[in-house]
Design a protein around this ligand. Structure first.
Ligand code: HEC
Length: 144
């Protein structure tokens, strides 16, 4: 009888001992609770304070300069990019501006009606143009 008890004790002792050790040390490897993480981080990171900042940005022109054809440009050329995209280009001849407008129309879908293209090219030639005699600029002529 004693021998049987001893055998039972020996068979159970090992797993019980392993389980007890695992229970004691295992909690150390459990992932940290969210509350625990928040607490630890709050102790590490100083509180963040936001202060209002007064930033003055350079004024951008949202409309094209007045002139004959400006309304065409305002209606067709500012829905995708600013006027600066057009005004800060190197000066082009009027035919080159026409090519550029056709690129915007055919390539990117600018909704400008065909019968307004010449007037707009003339306008752009006036506000940011160069004389035809100056020779062609280095623009691509994909849309011509
Ligand atoms: C449907 C959108 C759209 C409209 C409308 C539009 N553009 Fe553009 N434009 C673009 C895109 C996209 C680019 C950049 C293209 C590139 O990187 O080649 C661009 C670039 C330009 C450039 C820089 C040079 C170049 O070819 O990249 C000029 C000049 C220009 N557009 C003029 C115009 C004019 C003038 C109009 C009005 C007729 C116009 N855009 C209307 C989309 C548009």
């Amino acid at each position: 009888m004693n021998l049987k008890l001893l055998r039972i004790a020996a068979v159970w002792a090992a797993p019980v001992a392993v389980g007890a050790i695992a229970a004691l040390t295992g909690s150390h490897y459990l992932p940290e609770s969210i509350a625990g993480q928040a607490q630890r981080q709050a102790a590490l990171v100083p509180p963040v304070h936001f202060a209002p900042l007064d930033v003055s940005l350079p004024a951008g022109s949202t409309l094209f300069p007045p002139g004959e054809g400006a309304e065409i440009a305002n209606a067709n050329c500012v829905m995708c990019h600013s006027t600066g995209m057009v005004l800060r280009q190197p000066p082009l001849t009027t035919p080159e501006w026409k090519t550029e407008i056709m690129k915007m129309r055919n390539g990117f879908g600018a909704p400008i009606p065909l019968d307004q293209v010449d007037q707009l090219a003339h306008y752009l030639g006036v506000i940011n143009g160069k004389k035809n005699e100056a020779g062609p600029s280095g623009v691509d002529n994909q849309a011509s």
